[in-house]
Design a protein around this ligand. Structure first.
Ligand code: ADP
Ligand code: MG
Length: 677
C-alpha cells in the first residue's frame, strides 16, 4: 500500500529511511509525491546556436589526453579537447582530478557547462561518458539534506514507482481530464520524476496545479458550508422601508458597488445562518456608509450593533460620523480605553439596558464587563489589525450576532480566493463619482525646499497637509524623536501664519483627539505625524500627503497613507520622498506614481513580495502548494474555484460515482477536524 513505510521500497535500508525522515518522507506515498524543485535541461544544440555565457550541453569525441595541473591548495584544473561538428572545442574542468582516469582518447562524452563563444571553450560543471541520447535530457533536481543525494533519491523513486505505481488512483473525474486535456494521475506522477520532454512535463505540472487548487477550493468551500450550517444565527427581520428611508437622508446616492454589497449583507442578515462576511473596499470607497445602513437595519429588527476599530482616533471619528448620519434615529455611545470611571459605568449600564443602540469602540468593547442586552450585529473594521482571539470574543458577545469584517487593504483577487475561502466576500470596487485622481510624485530629499514651498502655496489657498516623518525600523521611540525634530524644523521654516501640529503614538488619547480636532477645524495647517494617522482618518480639506523615507513602507501602507487625502472635491497630491537602493524599492515608487487603484496596486505588491510575505508574518493561512503557484497559475485557480463551487452546489460528491475517490480523499482529510474545532 502507498501508506507503507518507506523501508518497504527496494534499496531503502534503515539508515536511508531515517535520513529521508529529515525531508518529511515517511511513506511510499510521501516519496512518490516528493516532487523535484527544479529541472535542469540538457539539450544538445548545434554549435552555431550556442549563446555566449549560457549554460549549454555539447556532445563530442576526445581528441587528446586530458592534462591535469595543480595549483593553490588542493586545487586542480583538467583540460582536454573534444571534437564537435569537426571543430575542436577546449574543455576545462576544475577540481575533479579523478576524472582524468575516466577519460580516454576517442571516448564520446556529453559535457554541460558555461559556454565561451570567443574561445570556443566550455567550463564543465557536469560530464557524462557516452553520447547524449543515453542521458535524460531533462534532469529533475530534488531538494536534499544531509547524505541524501539526487541519485540515491532517484533510485528509490524508480523502484517505488515500479512496485507501487499501479496503486496510484485517479482522483479527478474522467470527464474533467478529458475537458482540460490533463494526463492521468499516474502518468503525470511518472512524468514529474522522469520527464521525457518539456511538453509532457508541462502537462504533468498543469495536472497537479489543477489538482492542488481544486482540492484546496473544495476544502475551503466545504468548510464554509459546514460552518454556515452548524452555526445557528439570527434571522433578523429588519424593516426594509425604514432602511430605504434612512438611505434617502444621505447627501449622496449609493454607488452600484455599495448597493450590491449592502444587498449581500442584508440578505445574510435575513437568513437564519450566521453572517461571516468580509467587506473589502479601497480607502474612501464608502464602506462606512454601508456599515451604517447595515447597523441601522439591525436596529429596526430590535437589535443592538457594535463597531470595533483598532485605534482611538478612528473610534472617535466613526463615532462622530455615525452620529451625524443617524441623527436621532439611534443612540450611539463611544467606548474606548480612555473612557473611565463614572462615564464608563453609565455607558455600560446603557448598553446592558439597550438604551444604547450602537456601541463604537476599540478593544475596550470586548472587555468582560461589557454586556449587551441583545447584540445582533458586530462589525470589525480593519480586521487584520485584530488578533483571531479578539475577533472571536466579539463574535461571542451576544447570541450569535452576525459579523461583518471590513478592510481597506485591498487584497489581491488571487489571495482573497485562497486566504478567505471560508468567508463570504463583498467588494466595493468603485469610487463615488466626482473624485479627482490623486497626483503622486516621487522625489529625492534634495528637493525638500520645493516641496515645503509647494505646501505653503496650497496652505495659503486654504488647504492642509500631512507630513509623515522618517521611519526608523523597529524603534517607536526614535520615530517619535524624528517627528519632533521635523516638527521644529517646519515651525522654523514657515511663517507664523502657518500652524504646524504634531501627532505621534506617545500622546495621550486626549492630546491626540485635541490635535485631530484642531486639524479637522483647520486650526493646524501642516500636521507632522508618525504613521498613527494611517488608518481611516478623514479630513477632507487636507490635500497634500508628504511621506518621508517612502521606500521603507510597503505598497499597501503607502496607499493607505495616500488615502488620507483626496477625500474631498479638491485636487490632491501625494509626494513620496525616497531614495531606494534596490530595484524592488524603485519599482514600488513607480507603481505608486502610476496607479491610484488599490486592487491593481495590491496585485503588483503581491508580485513583488510573493504570497508568503503579503500579510506579514505567518498568520496568513495561505496554503503552500507543491506545484501550483497562485500568482503565475491564477487562471487555473479561478477555474478550480468555479469547479469546486459547482461540485458542491450540485452535490456531485455524494451523488456522482465519478467523484467517489475525491470524496473519500476529502473525508479522510484532517483539515476539517482542525479547522472546525
Ligand atoms: P471608507 O470607510 O471606505 O474609507 P467612507 O465611508 O469613510 O470610506 O467614505 C469616504 C467619504 O466618501 C466620506 O466622506 C463619505 O461621506 C463619502 N461617500 C461615501 N459614499 C459615497 C457616495 N456613494 N457618493 C459620494 N460620497 C460618498
Ligand atoms: Mg473607513
Amino acid at each position: 500500500m502507498l501508506s507503507d513505510s518507506i523501508e518497504n521500497v527496494k534499496g531503502v535500508g534503515e539508515k536511508f529511511a531515517l535520513e529521508l525522515e529529515d525531508i518529511n518522507i515517511y511513506t511510499v506515498h510521501d516519496l512518490l509525491f516528493y516532487f523535484p524543485y527544479r529541472y535542469d535541461v540538457y539539450e544538445i544544440k548545434p554549435l552555431s546556436e550556442l549563446i555566449h555565457d549560457d549554460k549549454v550541453t555539447i556532445e563530442g569525441r576526445l581528441v587528446n589526453m586530458p592534462s591535469l595541473t595543480f595549483y593553490g591548495k588542493k586545487k586542480s584544473r583538467l583540460t582536454f579537447t573534444v571534437e564537435v561538428e569537426n571543430v575542436a572545442i577546449k574543455a576545462v574542468m576544475f577540481n575533479r582530478a579523478f576524472a582524468k582516469k575516466q577519460l580516454n582518447m576517442h571516448d564520446v562524452v556529453t559535457l554541460t557547462g558555461k559556454w565561451d563563444a570567443h574561445r570556443l571553450q566550455i567550463t564543465v560543471s557536469n560530464y557524462k561518458k557516452g553520447p547524449a541520447e543515453n542521458h535524460d535530457a531533462i534532469q529533475p533536481m530534488y531538494s536534499l539534506k544531509g547524505n541524501i543525494t539526487n541519485i540515491k533519491l532517484k533510485k528509490s523513486i524508480t523502484s517505488a514507482l515500479k512496485d507501487y505505481g499501479n496503486q496510484i488512483q485517479e482522483i479527478l473525474p474522467l470527464s474533467y481530464l478529458t475537458a482540460y486535456k490533463l494526463p492521468t494521475r499516474r502518468d503525470a506522477l511518472a512524468t514529474m520524476h522522469f520527464p521525457k520532454n518539456r511538453l509532457l512535463l508541462k502537462h504533468a505540472r498543469r495536472r497537479f496545479t489543477y489538482e492542488e487548487f481544486l482540492l484546496f477550493q473544495l476544502k475551503m468551500q466545504l468548510l464554509r458550508k459546514l460552518k454556515r450550517e452548524s452555526t445557528q444565527g439570527n434571522a433578523q427581520s429588519y424593516d426594509p422601508a425604514m432602511v430605504q428611508n434612512f438611505i434617502q437622508t444621505f447627501p449622496f446616492p449609493l454607488t452600484n458597488a455599495q448597493n450590491r454589497s449592502l444587498g449581500q449583507i442584508l440578505s445574510d442578515m435575513k437568513s437564519p445562518y450566521r453572517m461571516n462576511r468580509l467587506l473589502q473596499g479601497d480607502v474612501g470607497s464608502g464602506k462606512t456608509a454601508v456599515a451604517a445602513i447595515a447597523l441601522y437595519a439591525s436596529i429596526t429588527a430590535g437589535k443592538q450593533g457594535a463597531l470595533m476599530v483598532p485605534t482611538e482616533i478612528l473610534a472617535e471619528q466613526h463615532y462622530q460620523s455615525l452620529k451625524a448620519l443617524f441623527g436621532d434615529r439611534a443612540k450611539i455611545v463611544l467606548l474606548t480605553g480612555s473612557v473611565k470611571g463614572k462615564k464608563r459605568r453609565e455607558i455600560l449600564t446603557a448598553v446592558e439596558a439597550q438604551e444604547a443602540d450602537i456601541v463604537v469602540g476599540t478593544h475596550a468593547l470586548i472587555q468582560d464587563d461589557v454586556n449587551f442586552c441583545d447584540l445582533g450585529f458586530s462589525i470589525v473594521d480593519e480586521q487584520h489589525r485584530f488578533g483571531v482571539e479578539q475577533r472571536r470574543i466579539l463574535r461571542d458577545k451576544g447570541l450569535n450576532p452576525d459579523v461583518l469584517f471590513m478592510t481597506a487593504t485591498p487584497i489581491p483577487r488571487t489571495l482573497a480566493i485562497t486566504a478567505f475561502g471560508d468567508m463570504d466576500v463583498s467588494v466595493i470596487d468603485e469610487m463615488p463619482s466626482g473624485r479627482k485622481e490623486i497626483e503622486t510624485y516621487w522625489t529625492k530629499e534634495n528637493t525638500l525646499d520645493r516641496v515645503l514651498h509647494f505646501i505653503e502655496k496650497q496652505v495659503s489657498a486654504g488647504e492642509q497637509a500631512y507630513v509623515i516623518c522618517p521611519l526608523i525600523e523597529e524603534s517607536d521611540k526614535l520615530d517619535i524623536q524624528n517627528a519632533i525634530d521635523l516638527f521644529h524644523q517646519l515651525e522654523e521654516f514657515y511663517p507664523p501664519t502657518v500652524n504646524v501640529g504634531l501627532m505621534h503614538g506617545r500622546l495621550s488619547a486626549d492630546e491626540k483627539e485635541g490635535v485631530m480636532k484642531q486639524f479637522a477645524a483647520n486650526e493646524i495647517q501642516v500636521l507632522v505625524s508618525t504613521t498613527v494617522v494611517e488608518v481611516g482618518v478623514n479630513v477632507p480639506n487636507a490635500t497634500i500627503m508628504v511621506i518621508y523615507d517612502a521606500e521603507r513602507f510597503g505598497l499597501s501602507q503607502l496607499h493607505q497613507l495616500r488615502g488620507r487625502v483626496g477625500r474631498g472635491d479638491k485636487q490632491s497630491y501625494c509626494i513620496l520622498i525616497a531614495d531606494p537602493k534596490g530595484e524592488v524599492g524603485k519599482e514600488r515608487m513607480r507603481i505608486m506614481t502610476e496607479t491610484n487603484n488599490g486592487f491593481e496596486l495590491s496585485e503588483q505588491d503581491l508580485k513583488l513580495r510573493g504570497p508568503g510575505d503579503f500579510f506579514g508574518k505567518k498568520q496568513s493561512g495561505i496554503p503552500e502548494f507543491k506545484v501550483a503557484d497562485m500568482i503565475h497559475d491564477y487562471r487555473a485557480l479561478e477555474t478550480a474555484r468555479n469547479d469546486a463551487q459547482e461540485i458542491i452546489e450540485t452535490n456531485m460528491l455524494e451523488e456522482n460515482e465519478e467523484f467517489h475517490n475525491l470524496r473519500v480523499l476529502l473525508e479522510n482529510d484532517s483539515f476539517f477536524k482542525e479547522k472546525l474545532d
